[in-house]
Design a protein around this ligand. Structure first.
Ligand code: FAD
Length: 377
């Protein structure tokens, strides 16, 4: 039986492991850098029907409904006065069994961990080096492992695998934007509320049936290299409060008093597609390509890519990278367009954008192309 090493116990690595578990075509081991998996964080994640369909194949439809929310619409609003611009009916892309879903990221991880025997997951394994050949040898910070037939690298945006294989070119680049994450209790709307402001947008959505909401803001910010990697600077309470204040002052919501447990991090995206020359090394999820967050597809694509790779290995075909590049291009163009349109600051451009949004949000043909192609293809 062929042996697979999975690097990273994030969404992509764990979903891939669940597929192997269900099909028993390979043996595998997951190597995770951290010493445990944090199942307490309350931040949210959106999953569109393309990934829900795949999750349901491994039993997600049996997951406790009280831990999930099924938003029907995304509402676009002007941040300044909370006036509605338009809405998009997300439920038109649902079918009876597969619904657009929001939840706590930790609940998704918990579900994925449930499908994997404990001994398949090794902690404190920080990938140090890779020796390529017919078999792949992996060297971790403290111990050498066996050789594997395949390496599935799901080690996220700062993928060590990519850095080993592609050196500096394997590093992602700063997207000139900062993300602020937080939680809100008892918000007034149960849809996905997308507030547009000059050089920022923020999104509020429910993450379960318990009136808990996720807050995520993306704020354009140029930072010098030293500051981007300075964890103390980004963790500084005053910096986080100032950033939230900056958004709050340009909206009529009292975010400063409503948003709790604020975390701040710089947004990095992949520079280009990079495909390993070894035929037995595969990158999935953010390690393959990390998208700008304005299309909320990161987690869904992490699941999709793991699914495509598993079936490629199982059927002994080699179309994974070709298909993945095509799919990723669809997401990149939409994410970039959203990011640009969401952050306009010139009043004339904003008026023009809002008029277009009103028109396109009700245009079935456009929605089918822009969203349906991603959610339902
Ligand atoms: C602001 C923001 C908002 C987002 N919102 C959404 C959303 O609403 N919907 C959505 O679909 N997506 C969203 N995303 C994206 C989504 O979170 C990611 O795309 C997704 O988590 C990537 O999954 P992954 O498994 O590839 O990587 P990760 O989840 O990052 O997992 C990587 C794992 O690899 C481990 N690892 C790293 N290096 C090593 C190493 N050297 N050795 C061993 N293990 C290692 C890490 O510890 C981690 O456990 C958002 C992203 C951002 C930045």
């Amino acid at each position: 039986m062929k042996k697979i090493a999975i690097i990273g116990a994030g969404i992509s690595g764990l979903f891939f492991a669940n597929l192997v578990e269900k099909n028993k075509s390979f043996s595998y081991q997951i190597f995770e850098r951290k010493n445990s998996i944090d199942l307490n964080d309350g931040y949210g994640i959106q999953l569109s029907v393309n990934s829900i369909k795949l999750l349901n194949k491994i039993g997600f439809n049996n997951f406790s409904k009280s831990q999930l929310y099924f938003p029907k619409k995304v509402i676009f609003l002007n941040a300044k006065d909370s006036k509605k611009i338009c809405d998009i009916d997300l439920s038109q892309f649902n079918d009876e069994n597969n619904l657009y879903t929001t939840l706590k990221r930790s609940n998704l991880i918990e579900f994925l961990l449930d499908g994997i025997p404990k001994d398949k997951l090794s902690f404190n394994c920080d990938l140090g080096d890779i020796k390529q050949g017919d078999k792949v040898s992996l060297l971790f910070s403290d111990k050498k492992t066996n050789k594997f037939d395949y390496l599935v690298s799901a080690d996220g945006i700062y993928s060590k695998t990519k850095q080993i294989l592609f050196k500096k070119d394997g590093l992602p680049e700063y997207f000139d934007a900062i993300a602020l994450r937080g939680t809100i209790r008892d918000f007034s709307s149960f849809d996905i509320s997308l507030y547009l402001g000059p050089n920022f947008h923020f999104v509020i959505y429910p993450i379960n049936q318990n009136k808990e909401f996720n807050f995520i803001a993306v704020v354009r910010k140029e930072l010098i290299k030293k500051k981007i990697s300075d964890k103390d600077f980004l963790d500084d309470e005053t910096f986080k409060k100032n950033l939230l204040n900056q958004i709050s002052s340009k909206s009529n919501l009292n975010l400063v008093n409503q948003v709790e447990k604020i975390k701040c991090f710089p947004i990095f995206v992949s520079k280009k597609f990079q495909i390993p020359s070894s035929k037995n090394i595969f990158l999935t999820g953010d390690a393959f390509y990390s998208f700008p967050p304005s299309f909320a597809q990161g987690a869904s694509q992490s699941i999709e890519s793991a699914n495509e790779l598993f079936y490629d290995l199982q059927n002994n075909t080699s179309s994974y990278y070709k298909k993945r590049v095509l799919r990723a291009k669809q997401i990149i163009s939409r994410s970039n367009l959203n990011h640009f349109a969401f952050h306009l600051s010139n009043p004339i451009n904003i008026l023009f954008r809002n008029t277009l949004l009103k028109y396109f949000s009700k245009n079935k043909k456009f929605l089918e192309k822009y969203l349906g192609k991603v959610y339902n293809d």
